[in-house]
Design a protein. Structure first.
Ligand SMILES: NC(=O)c1ccc[n+]([C@@H]2O[C@H](COP(=O)([O-])OP(=O)(O)OC[C@H]3O[C@@H](n4cnc5c(N)ncnc54)[C@H](OP(=O)(O)O)[C@@H]3O)[C@@H](O)[C@H]2O)c1
Length: 335
């Protein structure tokens, strides 16, 4: 049996499909035969700008879903044949990167998916849950026990990571406020958002603040799932109206470098689930997410746009993602 992978042979080069060995799991790892892959903005950004990669060839890709083929000696939660979704630690080693047929994933960054869930749906989960989970629990300090009171602002409820944040924040008990294009308003309400606003409206800040005050809800926590083109400054304006609070970003912005008075600004990093926030990540993926998928309280989100052609089409998916998506994630089914 062989493994096939979509590699970047050299900085900024187009992807090529090559044959490479099927890796063997370390004690805490599982070997997954991927059945669906999803792309993220970081994939095309790394390719286009040659970011973060220390040596080439390299393999990108974080979001995978498939079946467990083999488990490492210390693995207790998974067995051969389990249907799983996993966050591939693509910056570690090529064997741990997603865009290939067989990938090694950390046990603590993997979750079983229900029989009724397709692999394509499963591939929507890992980056969204990791990025937003780190933001909400590690950066913003929300207790994992649930039962929270008050409001929580998610900037961009229809994006991949924002739609995950809407669901996690709602599950923790918050009244979720979010923004999206009007065509996605009904959808983000199905994810648990209570109040939805159009981010293109110039009065969006006063609309959010007025709605929260009329409902008697304080907005002291915000998560900017976009962090571009002034979105973070807009979130800061909302928090200011409630005397300040905490804002977590997905990208570096001027607000991160120069935190405004009364607003504590930090930035999430999805990889932390397999690094310095391992214990939290294991709880999130092995316990919380698995239960939430089974009881239906967390749904794979946002929508799916299928890109046919398997590994040979990963480049096409990255090119499409670079042009922009709306309320959809690009998913590549594998045979
Ligand atoms: N720090 C980390 O570890 C980490 C991890 C993952 C992602 N990221 C970053 O987080 C960002 C989002 O990633 P993603 O995968 O969630 O993106 P995505 O799903 O590809 O984003 C597309 C969505 O962005 C929304 N959008 C665009 N401009 C907006 C604005 N001004 N206000 C509100 N929504 C806006 C659109 O909403 P509508 O359809 O409603 O118009 C669209 O649905 C990217 O920059 C990515 O690189 C960081």
């Amino acid at each position: 049996m062989a493994n096939h992978a979509a590699i970047i042979p050299s900085p900024k080069a187009q992807l090529e499909v090559i044959t490479r060995p099927i890796p063997t799991p370390a004690p805490h790892q599982i070997l997954i035969r991927n059945r669906a892959l999803a792309t993220n903005p970081v994939d095309w950004k790394i390719q286009e700008l040659d970011l973060m990669i220390k040596s080439y060839p390299t393999i990108l890709g974080t979001d995978v879903a498939g079946t467990v083929e083999e488990v490492g000696a210390s693995v207790t939660r998974f067995q051969k044949g389990d249907r799983v979704a996993a966050f591939a630690m693509f910056l570690s080693q090529m064997d741990e990167a997603g865009f290939q047929e067989y990938v090694l994933a950390n046990e603590g960054c993997s979750t079983k998916i229900p029989q009724s869930m397709s692999f394509e749906e499963g591939s929507l989960l890992p980056m969204a849950v990791a990025t937003s989970g780190v933001a909400i629990f590690a950066n913003l300090g929300v207790p994992t026990s649930g039962g929270q009171k008050g409001g929580f602002l998610v900037w961009s409820g229809a994006s991949s990571v924002g739609s995950g944040a809407v669901q996690i924040a709602a599950a923790m008990g918050f009244d979720v406020f979010t923004v999206a294009s009007p065509r996605h308003h009904a959808y983000v309400k199905t994810l648990g958002a209570k109040f939805v606003f159009d981010y293109s409206n110039p009065d969006v800040v006063s609309e959010i603040v007025t709605a929260a005050k009329e409902a008697g809800i304080e907005l002291k926590l915000a998560y900017d799932a976009i962090s571009e083109n002034g979105t973070s400054a807009t979130c800061v304006q909302v928090l200011h109206q409630f005397g300040g609070g905490k804002l977590c970003l997905t990208l570096s912005t001027p607000e991160e470098a120069e935190p405004p008075e009364n607003v504590e600004v930090s930035r999430t990093l999805a990889n932390r689930i397999g690094m310095d926030w391992k214990e939290g990540g294991t709880w999130l993926f092995n316990d919380w997410l698995e239960k939430a998928l089974l009881d239906g309280s967390y749904k794979p989100s946002p929508g799916i746009q299928i890109v046919e052609g398997g590994l040979a089409s990963v480049q096409k998916a990255l090119d499409l993602h670079r042009k922009g998506v709306s309320g959809k994630k690009l998913v590549l089914p594998l045979e």
